[in-house]
Design a protein around this ligand. Structure first.
Ligand code: SF4
Length: 412
């Protein structure tokens, strides 16, 4: 989400005549796009703000703007605390940014030129902001606020524009993407939106993340199976394989309900890649409960597992009500075990691609190899460095690892 919002902000700035620099010291304007999902991330924001404050003391013309999840609903308090910041604006609130830029309108000569052209064949498109779920460990609803969907017309218009700029694949984004639309007057669903976007000529692939298991409807599963452009790739965070821990996390499903959901998706979408997120060391997690997470992993065999160690986030229900009683050593050990299981399983799944030909959307060149992704989101390296960015190629797989595939072009 932050990456997508950074790209949009860059476009706003380019339209106002600003040029990007990779050197912080050369900047006239710095926008700090923050993440505070973990306490350490918030501390990093504070450290960076302190550093930029020093820069401003040396250069009075430097302007500092701050956005992202650091900017919660209490902007007044932030203004009082960080008086040297020129503007705080809520994540995705581009009208505030535009208003501010109009008052400091950069380089008018440059602004007369067309805005930045996207070179990449893939793009992120936020469709719903915020979250209504209040999982007990998570700060997001307090910072990003409640769910707010963009209108379908607005999204379709943006995707059409991206396609004219050469984008072939879009990833629809939301903290809780599959609850899209419930807050809009016509209450469109994500599956309605996927169907509409599928009609856009020139668009080859559609992905969406992240899904909440409790909001994964039959209708959506049916749409993934039915719509050709929607990739066979589902992100479905499970967080734990133990129903007691899931209850304490306020996830609103049991481990068995999750299992049944994955089997229903696999039944309707054969070959679908499923990725997940897991938190180890949640307050009170016993060895037995952790073993249930390992069992679930072995049973489901995810393509990718993102593992995080629990750390309390001030202001959340879990931080206020539960003791962070799993030791750092145990968290580390559980983390390593999950990573090892994930690596082994992903290696076995990827080995199944050996000798197969897969469709790859080429994203660019790294060193002497082209790289891109399959519909199931597998990273593939191939070719001799010739740049086929934006092309869909058939690649035969000759080497596999848990993290990537390698091969040669069968057909351009
Ligand atoms: S659904 Fe995701 S974003 Fe929303 S509260 Fe739970 S973990 Fe946080």
């Amino acid at each position: 989400m932050n990456k997508a919002e950074s790209v949009t902000m860059c476009e706003h700035l380019a339209r106002t005549g600003y040029e990007a620099t990779s050197k912080l010291k050369e900047a006239d304007l710095v926008i700090l796009n923050t993440c505070v999902v973990r306490q350490t991330a918030e501390e990093k924001v504070l450290g960076t703000l302190g550093y930029i404050k020093g820069m401003k003391a040396a250069n009075r013309n430097l302007r500092i703007l701050v956005t992202g999840c650091f900017v919660g609903p209490t902007i007044e308090a932030l203004r009082a605390q960080f008086a040297y910041v020129d503007l705080f604006f809520r994540p995705g609130d581009y009208s505030e940014l535009s208003k501010w830029l109009q008052g400091h309108d950069g380089n008018k000569e440059l602004a007369a030129k067309p805005s930045v052209q996207r070179a990449k064949p893939t793009a992120f498109v936020p469709i719903i902001q915020g979250c209504d779920n209040f999982c007990s460990y998570c700060i997001v609803p307090y910072r990003r606020g409640r769910e707010k969907s963009r209108s379908a017309d607005d999204i379709i218009c943006e995707v059409r524009r991206l396609v004219t700029l050469g984008v072939k694949e879009i990833t629809l984004l939301g903290q809780n993407v599959n609850s899209y639309g419930h807050d809009l007057p016509a209450q469109p669903t994500l599956s309605n939106l996927l169907a509409e976007l599928s009609n856009i000529e020139g668009l080859a692939r559609i992905r969406f993340l992240t899904n909440h298991p409790k909001d994964m409807s039959r209708d959506l599963i049916e749409a993934i199976g039915r719509l050709d452009k929607v990739c066979e790739h589902v992100t479905l965070p499970v967080q734990s394989g133990d129903s007691g821990i899931l209850n304490a996390m306020r996830r609103d499903y049991t481990a068995d309900q999750y299992r049944n959901l994955v089997w229903a998706i696999r039944d309707r979408v054969p070959g679908v890649a499923v990725s997940t997120d897991v938190i180890v060391g949640f307050p009170g997690e016993t060895d037995e409960q952790f073993e249930r997470t390992i069992s679930l992993l072995e049973e489901i065999r995810f393509d990718v597992v993102h593992v995080a160690s629990y750390s309390p986030r001030a202001g959340t229900f879990a931080a206020e009500k539960y003791d962070d009683d799993v030791t750092v050593e145990i968290k580390k050990e559980r983390f390593s075990r999950l990573e090892a299981a994930n690596e082994r399983i992903a290696g076995e799944i990827n080995a199944g691609f050996l000798g197969r030909t897969v469709e790859v959307l080429v994203e660019g060149v790294k060193g002497d190899k082209c790289y891109g992704r399959t519909r199931g989101d597998k990273l593939v390296f191939f070719g001799n460095g010739e740049d086929y960015a934006g092309k869909l190629l058939d690649v035969e797989i000759t080497t596999t690892s848990p993290w990537a595939l390698q091969g040669f072009i069968r057909r351009i």
